[in-house]
Design a protein around this ligand. Sequence first.
Ligand code: NAI
Length: 691
Amino acid sequence: MTAEYQAHGAVAVITLTNPPVNGMNFQTRTAAVECINRALDDASIKAIVITGAGNAFSGGADIKEFNSPKALAEPSLHTLIDVVENSSKPVVAAIHHVCMGGGLELSLGCHYRVATPGTQIALPEVKLGLLPGAGGTQRLPRVVGLELALKMITSGAPELSEKLANTALFDEILTGDCVAGAIAFAEKIADLRPLPKVRNLNVTHPQLQEVLNAARAQAQRGFLKAPLHCVEAIAAAANLPFDEGIQFERQTFYKLVVSPESTALRHAFFAERAASKIPDVPADTPIRSIKSAAVVGAGTMGGGIAMNFANAGIPVVILETKPEALEKGLAIIAKNYQNTRDKGKLSPEKCAERIALISGTLDYNAIGQADIVVEAVFEEMNVKKSVFEKLDEVMRQGAILASNTSTLDLNKIASFTKRPQDVVGMHFFSPANVMKLLEIVRGKETSNEVLASAMALSKKLKKVGVVSGVCDGFIGNRMLEQYIRQAGFLLDEGCLPAQVDSAMEKMGFAMGPFRMSDLAGNDISYAIRKRRAIEKPDMLYSKTADQLCELGRFGQKTGAGWYDYQAGDRTAHPSDLVNQLINDHSKQIGIERRAITDQEITERLIYALVNEAAYILEEGIAHRASDIDMVYLSGYGFPLHLGGPMLYADTVGLAKVVAAIQHYAQGHCGKVWKVAPLLQELAAKEQKFNA
Ligand code: NAI
């Protein structure tokens, strides 16, 4: 049973009881229908209240059921809603905390709805590449109006109940206890007839078609297809009789649920949840409480990291070596907050509160009592060594010592302390106060407790935490190196930066590789290549990137990189000089430039990611293929509708990926392609990365 029945005088209260958010799975639907029939059969009952146990009315459908026959098993959500709507006794939805998706659709089938203030109301299906399939697109516009319904359904974003108080969605916003208020309301309306039904209302608007057309245009802007389907279903609500609209909605839902887009978005949804579970770290591992933090280094990353703590309400002290660097860092933080405030995204009070949580020091003794310290100093082992030796000396026992290194060996960094079990990598991405991804790097001696605590902290900081083992570049940057390398070879062979970028952007990447390098700064990878040249002198890569840096073209920050930039403008303009440099380089290395298709560009770049990822999986650097997808979706602008590189490769078919790699291995610098054994093996067995 996942619903409970209780009679309060002449009112039956049916409580959905499927924790954590009363998801409408098969058992819950069955129990709810049974409870309604029981109320209908009991002559002493005059009205019915439906509510949810705990902190939700209902969070909606059970997504885990989508791929199982149980999703369609009767009673379906449609049937439950029909039973409610056709009930001869009035049904009141008592809505509190969370009312989303199928939960909201159920409440729309009720004759009345009362809610407590602060309740989150949403139809978020579009975020999973779907539309609300149980009447939501037909009933919501009938109660909140066309424009608000379009906004809510195409964005999936929640609205607060009190903001919807003046719509026909709610009959009453309650002031006290939700169920008591609903019972009182039910007693009041128990004898009123006919019973009001949302289906009997009409969607009207003085500029109906104009509003719909504007919504269509808006929905077609991105790469996702579901928003346009949502608009068409809402148009059906406006233009067709109710039952035909419901039919249209249902057919569209069945189409979308098997679409690659919805498969990708649902994959991402589950991948994010899976990433927080570490296979060999028990779920009940104790978590260290983090109430205060310190950051060493007030540069680009240190400042952003400190803002993360302040945004989560955790006081943070930043340590620097020189007063000028500290002042500069603190001033940048204050300016960032000010900008957010000026844009109206942060109230003046919140802005002041957050700035007040951040302080600076030049003295290690001032940070010794912090629960966690994150080091973000120069990327040089000697500097890291001096910092970690000092941290070992001053930090209280039990403090977590984290490093934000992007390429250095975390095990070596841990060895500078007498407590390597307390050392962990926390690899933030730039800008650290904005980017969602946080790679949590597990050293060979990092304790389970420290790892679990770092994961818990990532959630508190609203990041997507993904665990990575120790290797050069960890998961994300190690893969990126192969991607960038192929992008360089494409220049040698016949492409120009704008062609490569445009091919990737047409596919849905936030930015192609060259625009991305210009944004990040070409000097960063230049420095890494110089270091690598000593370690691996025979490494193959296109020398165009070095030639670019020798001209001082470091990217946006110098006003010139792969592209030209005008002062104060981030628009990338193709550069004749760079294009000449690329053509000259091809000549120097004796390559006759050829026309290259977008298909070759996208395959070479994405398969370079996939092949390296297969090594990463095989070596146990990443726990699961979906973790790698999460890294790329949340940190590298990989198109959401493709679900990440691994799901994309699975969708293409691994045998095809292997064949393409083998083909490219015959081309220019083809020896850099070596099919990863795991990829080869899965392809041979016709299996997938994401089983
Ligand atoms: P940055 O050069 O902007 O800042 C480093 C700061 O550390 C400077 O303010 C410097 O004065 C300070 N510093 C140097 N030695 C110090 C010491 N002994 N004690 C206290 N402060 C000291 O460098 P950035 O870009 O912030 O990088 C910091 C770390 O973050 C590096 O390990 C880097 O690899 C990593 N990282 C950088 C990313 C980026 O996009 N910039 C992304 C992810 C990680």
